[in-house]
Design a protein around this ligand. Structure first.
Ligand code: GLY
Ligand code: MN
Ligand code: MN
Length: 462
């Protein structure tokens, strides 16, 4: 945990920004996967972690926005727990670490909330994404589980997003540690990417590196020679020379701060000249965005910059034609680049996505586009000092999408479908880094991971 003052100050900021009522932030519970006693590795809710810091199941945090009183409801371990799991700190011990004054048994939460509801007090709560939390809130608030997410406090969501969006130096250190674990995961994968090696072996080795450094992976690893499938979770292939291996993976620190890195490697250690042209387009987009990102710049502008660089390069190799600007405003580039440039990252790999993407990446100035491709941009609003953002442009050849667009003669003024046919089996390329927005620019977090053609080939051929 961070120092007690950090949690006290975070909660104080929340108290100062919410005028009335109670703020209810339940932590997560254990979740079984095939029978009750066989549970998934516990993952605490990130907002609970942010304000209370305690990585234990079944604790409910309550903050009185008017009096400033703070409570934790939870059960201390009993003798049965001690027999099976050993001694654990009592709730009182946790309260020493996060500065919450009042602790009470979990069973008292219902009574406490019921009393507040009877007094007509407003109860602020965040959107829930787990059935266990929905059932808990249903019980506490008397709101049917399937209606809870329509009754969340927008005021609370906005304040939580505002606070969690700006990372302090302690958080940056945690994130940077996770990027350094990702460095090991990715450089190991690059060195393993040889003919005859299985995807599963590289996948397992990468996950093992994350686990051996203390944290789980920050999301299920994407590792595939079919990188054109954006979130491909199958690892059944045996690598062959000439293929491109996309590895999109990150780790969580012991305090649950994430990294999210993608590298694409040529199996066997040498890019073909056809692969190099496309790879260098993605590198150029990634590097130019890193060069230009700073406070005050809308990330949508950076997304469009990456689209422009990619489109110009695709025009240069003959896959697209016409004016890059016109192609982008029509959305033609999205055949090859159908996703957004990046997202915030922190305690969640897609930071705060559970609170609602539009609260995190959009605001009154930036509304989500409904154009294919641009619509998937998670972060559009202006960058702020302290934001941690991913920069992850990509180029993909998705046969099913090519077939549909070609049949519909979609964007034929901008796409050379005959040339595209020559790339049907190309796969995909994505390159992703994690950046911190600084006072007047940005910096890539963590130890630099080989990225240019030369850096990647040199590492693979040591
Ligand atoms: N982990 C998927 C992504 O890069 O957003
Ligand atoms: Mn990623
Ligand atoms: Mn990402």
């Amino acid at each position: 945990m961070f120092s007690k003052e950090i949690y006290i100050n975070r909660r104080k900021s929340l108290i100062n920004s919410i005028n009335e009522g109670l703020i209810l932030i339940p932590g997560n519970s254990d979740v079984p996967f095939n029978y009750p006693a066989n549970i998934y590795t516990f993952r605490q809710d990130s907002s609970f972690l942010y304000f209370f810091g305690i990585n234990q199941p079944d604790i409910i945090g309550v903050i009185d926005a008017e009096s400033g009183d703070e409570y934790m409801f939870g059960n201390d371990v009993d003798i049965d727990d001690i027999i099976w799991m050993g001694e654990l700190p009592a709730l009182k011990d946790f309260s020493q670490k996060n500065g919450v004054k009042h602790t009470m048994p979990l069973t008292k939460a219902e009574e406490f909330i019921e009393k507040s509801l009877k007094q007509g007090r407003k109860i602020h709560f965040l959107p829930t994404y787990r059935s266990e939390s929905k059932l808990l809130l249903q019980k506490l608030l008397g709101i049917p589980a399937n209606e809870l997410n329509n009754k969340v406090s927008k005021e609370l969501i906005k304040q939580v997003v505002k606070l969690r969006s700006v990372k302090d130096s302690n958080e940056i250190k945690e994130i940077e540690g996770s990027v350094d674990v990702a460095y090991l995961m990715h450089t190991t994968a690059m060195k393993m990417a040889k003919q005859g090696v299985s995807e599963q072996e590289i996948f397992g080795t990468m996950e093992g590196i994350a686990l051996s450094h203390g944290g789980p992976v920050s999301f299920p690893i994407i590792l595939s020679v079919n990188g054109q499938i954006l979130h491909n979770h199958h690892h059944n292939n045996i690598l062959k020379n000439g293929q491109l291996l996309v590895a999109d993976a990150g780790a969580e620190s012991a305090m649950n701060y994430c990294s999210d890195i993608t590298r694409t490697s040529p199996v066997g250690g040498k890019f073909s000249s056809k692969q190099k042209d496309i790879y260098e387009a993605v590198v150029a987009a990634n590097l130019e965005v890193i060069k230009q990102s700073k406070p005050g710049i809308p990330y949508k502008e950076m997304h469009l910059l990456s689209a422009k660089i990619i489109t110009e390069r695709l025009i240069a190799v003959g896959l697209m034609k016409g004016s890059a600007e016109e192609a982008i405003s029509a959305g033609a580039h999205a055949l090859f680049y159908p996703h957004g440039l990046g997202h915030m990252m922190g305690l969640d790999v897609h930071d705060m996505e559970g609170l609602g993407e539009n609260y995190v990446g959009y605001d009154d100035l930036f509304k989500r586009s409904n154009q294919f491709g641009l619509a998937f941009l998670r972060m559009a609003k202006k960058l702020e000092e302290g934001n941690v953002i991913t920069v992850e442009p990509g180029i993909y050849f998705i046969p099913a999408l090519i077939d549909i667009w070609k049949k519909e003669k979609k964007h034929i003024d901008f796409i050379n479908y005959n040339k595209v046919e020559e790339y049907r089996d190309f796969g995909g390329i994505r390159i992703e880094d994690d950046i911190l927005i600084t006072k007047d620019s940005c910096r890539v977090l963590g130890k630099p991971i080989p990225k240019t053609v030369k850096e990647v080939e040199d590492l693979m051929n040591i």
